[in-house]
Design a protein around this ligand. Structure first.
Ligand code: PLP
Length: 492
């Protein structure tokens, strides 16, 4: 390893070897993270586009002018798609998280520019994407979380509206939410927020490039007065390789607050629309190529395929004894949980289901249950993101769902009792006690997760995540991920 001088073809061979470690990116077997259009020629086009701009630096669109042209055209396409007028402007960011972070930063700076001081609030539903927790943390806003119905996954508009106040810098609604695919009450919230001068962000990161072709939806984009910003990920249903999202903002003056500019150093004047400095133009070029090659018509066709597959899968799940789909999902994704209306012997635990699905070659995401501020509990679920290619594997996937459910029907949910008992003796469950890196690693080892390994069964790990106090669970997961990339100890 220290003798790093390897012939290029051997390097690539090594890379191809490493790629065997990865979950399959194509074919619909991984029902999250990857969005397969099922059209190999689009992947080729994206790769060629990235290669064409590989040496550029997206930092400076005055030096690399193609960057400005591509960004302007993509923003234009998106603005039209999301019913924005000429006062809607925007940027291409590196992904949904960056779009969400920048929407919050802009709103915070607008709130401050109004002459207010202290800590502004970020008003969200409990199903809002975790990127907004990150934003509140990074930019020092207080997160005000409104619970959703554990049955439908939907927040009530009234509950959000009740919390609108002068300290709220931004209210976020999702179109739809990631955990349960709920389309939040955009119109109601935006009308109330506008009447008290609070800006509204629509997080359409996942739905943005699919919902425009979903029939019979209430308005959820800039067609709604009071919506001030919107995020939509090109690297999801825009089928771009990772690293591209669009953030649109209503009002030029407001949007300029998103930028960072300084002339106060002896280097080049820095003007950044997004968080990075030097950046690749690759994802921009790839998503720009994708959108042109597909056009609205092509995106509509692909959304149609994802929609047909979603409807079919929801029907399959609803017909499986012991399972139910959470709420009324909108868009190409949904969450599955145990049907508590039937006897325990017939119930299917969603995390056991996900582990069983793995044995049939499908990777389904496990989502933990969540205790909400009002004392209710969101159930643990299994998450399925459906892509156009899913339609081609419907028989196999449906079969796997039915069989996996049969395999685990009546098996109780994993519990963390033993681990908790062991921990109780260690004193680590006491409030405010945080293990250091070595103690955290030892704890992980005690639950069977040794350095650098990823557990085969995820249900017990999720049970632990649910049972532990959140700060401790977060610390342990941090240790798990950090150790994955730690170099091996040097030999003397
Ligand atoms: C994916 C997603 C995000 C965050 O996007 P990343 O691209 O993963 O950073 C934000 N909101 C929603 C609703 C999402 O689905």
């Amino acid at each position: 390893m220290n003798e790093w001088k390897i012939a290029p073809q051997d390097v690539l061979e090594r890379l191809n070897g490493l790629r065997q470690l990865d979950a399959p990116t194509h074919g619909g077997r991984v029902l999250s993270y990857v969005y397969d259009s099922g059209r190999a020629e689009l992947d080729e086009l994206a790769a060629a586009a990235i290669r064409a701009v590989q040496p550029l630096n997206g930092l400076d669109p005055t030096t690399f002018r193609s960057v400005a042209v591509m960004e302007r055209e993509l923003v234009g396409f998106s603005r039209t798609l999301f019913h924005g007028d000429d006062d809607v402007v925007g940027s291409i960011t590196s992904g949904g998280t960056e779009s969400c972070l920048l929407a919050v930063k802009t709103a915070r700076d607008a709130w401050r520019a109004d002459g207010r001081s202290g800590r502004p609030q970020l008003l969200v539903a409990s199903t809002v994407h975790a990127a907004f927790q990150k934003a509140a943390h990074y930019f020092e806003l207080d997160l005000v979380v409104v619970p959703v119905s554990p049955v439908t996954g939907a927040p009530s508009a009234e509950a959000i509206i009740e919390r609108l106040a002068a300290d709220v810098a931004l209210v976020v609604v999702s179109a739809p939410s990631y955990p349960t695919a709920t389309l939040d009450p955009v119109t109601e919230v935006a009308a109330a927020a506008a009447s008290v001068g609070v800006p509204v962000h629509v997080d359409a990161c996942i739905g943005g490039f699919a919902l425009p072709w979903w029939p019979d939806l209430p308005a959820w984009d800039f067609a709604v007065p009071g919506v001030t910003s919107l995020s939509a990920d090109l690297h999801k249903y825009g089928y771009s390789p990772k690293g591209a999202s669009v953030l649109l903002q209503r009002g030029r003056d407001r949007q300029r607050l998103q930028y960072f500019a300084t002339t106060r150093w002896p280097g080049y004047p820095v003007v950044n629309s997004t968080m990075l400095g030097s950046k690749s133009a690759g994802p921009l070029a790839a998503s720009w190529a994708m959108v042109q090659a597909l056009g609205a018509g092509g995106l509509a066709e692909l959304a149609g395929a994802a929609r047909r597959a979603t409807i079919a899968l929801v029907e399959v799940v609803e017909a499986i004894d012991g399972l139910r789909v959470v709420g009324g999902p909108v868009g190409p994704l949904f969450a599955v949980t145990s049907d508590d209306d039937v006897d325990e012997a017939r119930r299917v635990d969603p995390h056991r289901l996900a582990d069983a699905m793995r044995r049939y070659g499908f990777i389904v995401q496990l989502q933990p249950g969540l205790a909400q501020g009002d004392g209710t509990r969101m159930p643990p679920t299994a998450h399925l993101t459906v892509t156009p290619v899913t339609e081609r594997i419907l028989p196999e996937l449906s079969d796997a769902l039915r069989r996996a459910a049969d395999d685990v029907r009546g098996v109780p949910a994993a519990r963390a009792d033993e681990v908790l008992q062991a921990l109780a003796g260690s004193g680590l469950l006491a409030e405010g006690v945080m293990p250091d890196s070595d103690a955290a690693a030892a704890l992980l080892g005690a639950v069977g997760i040794s350095d650098g390994s990823v557990p085969e069964e995820m249900a017990p790990l999720l049970a632990l995540v649910e049972a532990l106090p959140a700060p401790l669970a977060e610390r342990l997961l941090t240790e798990l991920l950090a150790r994955l990339v730690e170099p091996e100890a040097q030999r003397a």
